[in-house]
Design a protein around this ligand. Structure first.
Ligand code: NDP
Length: 454
């Protein structure tokens, strides 16, 4: 199968070594394809370098502040506690460098050739990197996405998730713009680390797309932790003053802060990619248009991951890459199943979700039973912290299947991952009911809900 005619030819040229590109390159190479992969920035892409991994390390870091306070109700004295930003930041950077070299070794071990450089499409089968041209039977685009900054005067003074991980100086005051995953996670991280955080969301209620009960409950819980969460408000201008950065807001007020984070969505990373020299088309939202088998309008060019406008989640890109590689270079055609993709927002407390929201079931005209449980986690009976957990389950009346499961509370991400397996396997409410709980846990609540909401 390998195209071994010369070093500049390959079966598959992958552009972008993020979660999707690396997996596609490794698996295709292991299936016998001659693979070249080019990356112009960092191995591992957004997830490893400026996304999931460093974010989770910062979430862990930020949770200690609350843990020290909670510990006192359990008899611990925690005087003299202090946080040092450079220690967290630099330890994170060391860990990311370690992961970068693991990615390098994994690619090398798979037999794929790695090229450091920005790749550009010349035509349907030719890619140029560092002035050298490569001929490929197939090309896979996996260049991911890039943060979008709204257009307002002074927006060059604001940062995005690309910069926030490596700030030279810890922001004692932080203004976060946006009400989605990144805004909410970073508002909680910096609040936990000791910043005074204001989070602005332009609409009535943040976390659009999540179940409404969950959105309301999460807003209440996050406010209790100290984040100044404001809705129906937005930034309109930003300027530097002698007291810091002054942000003018749409409600006419202003805020003086040390840093402004725009976490206002991400767009496909297409700059310099040379799409115009091919027949690849974009969809109405500006994402690369690709069919179920990841093929674009140019038959030899494929695309997956964030740049194609599906769920912008690392595990989705990885699953897509597995399906792509097995279909193109394995013996069996594999497709990606988008049903019951679980996801979590690592705000504090976490949000976890699998399946449909109650609003989606209404829109689909489904008859459902809704089970809700709102309780104080056992730990806080002694910690004294005023935090509550919400668990919600949505059951399709006609099939008795659990079709939606949502949670705000500690470890919601961990809990929802397990529940997703059951739901994907078609578990009914009766299956949940006949499952024995693990006591005492929060998760057992999902198998002991007996009375639907009126
Ligand atoms: P999201 O799409 O989640 O949220 C963007 C937010 O910015 C929304 O609240 C949106 O408001 C708001 N917004 C958009 N444009 C403007 C504007 N011009 N002015 C003010 N507000 C604006 O994007 P994120 O950037 O948070 O994250 C990108 C993606 O990355 C996520 O969708 C997710 O798929 C992924 N991700 C996943 C994580 C995880 O799995 N834990 C963590 C982080 C990111 P509105 O709702 O009104 O449109």
């Amino acid at each position: 199968m390998q195209d071994t005619d010369n070093d500049n030819s390959c079966d598959l040229f992958v552009i972008g070594a993020g979660s999707g590109g690396v997996r596609a390159a490794r698996v295709s190479a292991s299936l016998g394809a001659k693979v070249i992969i080019a990356e112009g920035l960092y191995l591992g892409g957004t997830c490893v370098n400026v996304g999931c991994v460093p974010k989770k390390l910062y979430v862990y870091g930020s949770e200690f502040g609350k843990a020290f306070k909670d510990a006192q109700g359990f008899g611990w004295s925690v005087d003299g506690v202090a946080f040092d930003w450079p220690t967290l930041r630099d330890n994170k950077t060391r860990e990311i460098s370690r992961l970068n070299s693991i990615y390098d070794r994994l690619l090398d071990g798979s037999g794929a050739q790695v090229i450091n450089g920005m790749a550009k499409l010349i035509d349907a089968h030719t890619v140029e990197v560092n002035g050298m041209q490569y001929h490929a039977k197939k090309i896979l685009l996996a260049t991911g996405s890039w943060p979008t900054k709204p257009d307002f005067p002074g927006n060059e003074l604001a940062i995005t998730s690309n910069e926030i991980f490596d700030l030279e100086v810890f922001p004692k005051r932080l203004l976060v713009i946006g009400g989605g995953y990144i805004a909410t996670e970073f508002a909680c991280i910096f609040n936990g680390l000791g910043s005074q955080v204001v989070q602005l969301y332009r609409g009535d209620l943040f976390m659009r797309g999540f179940d409404e009960d969950i959105r309301k409950f999460a807003a209440d819980e996050i406010r209790k932790t100290g984040v100044d969460l404001r809705f129906n408000n937005n930034i309109v201008a930003l300027a530097r003053t002698e007291n810091g950065l002054e942000a003018q807001l749409s409600d006419g007020s202003s805020i003086t802060t040390d840093a402004v984070l725009c976490a206002t969505g991400r767009h496909p990373n297409l700059e310099g990619l040379g799409l115009a020299s091919t027949a690849v088309k974009l969809d109405a939202r500006g994402y690369v248009s690709a069919g179920d088998n990841f093929q674009t309008d140019e038959p030899s060019i494929f695309a997956l991951g964030d740049m194609t406008g599906g769920p912008q989640l690392t595990p989705v890109a990885i699953e897509q890459a597995m399906a792509f590689a097995h279909t193109q270079f394995g013996n069996a055609s594999k497709s990606m199943d988008y049903a019951f993709i679980p996801t979590a927002v690592f705000c504090q407390p976490n949000i976890g979700t699998v399946g449909l929201t109650e609003e989606e079931t209404n829109a689909q005209g489904l008859e459902v039973d809704v089970y809700l449980s709102d309780f104080k986690p056992m730990k806080h009976t002694l910690s004294g912290r005023d935090e509550r957990t919400l668990m919600k389950m949505i059951v399709d009346k006609s099939s008795n299947r659990v079709i939606g499961l949502h949670m705000v509370g500690p470890d919601a991400g961990e809990i929802c991952q397990g529940m997703a397996v059951a739901m994907k396997a078609g578990a009914t409410k009766a299956d949940f009911d006949s499952t024995v709980g693990i006591h005492p846990t929060a998760a057992e609540e999902f198998v002991t809900m007996r009375t639907p909401r009126e």
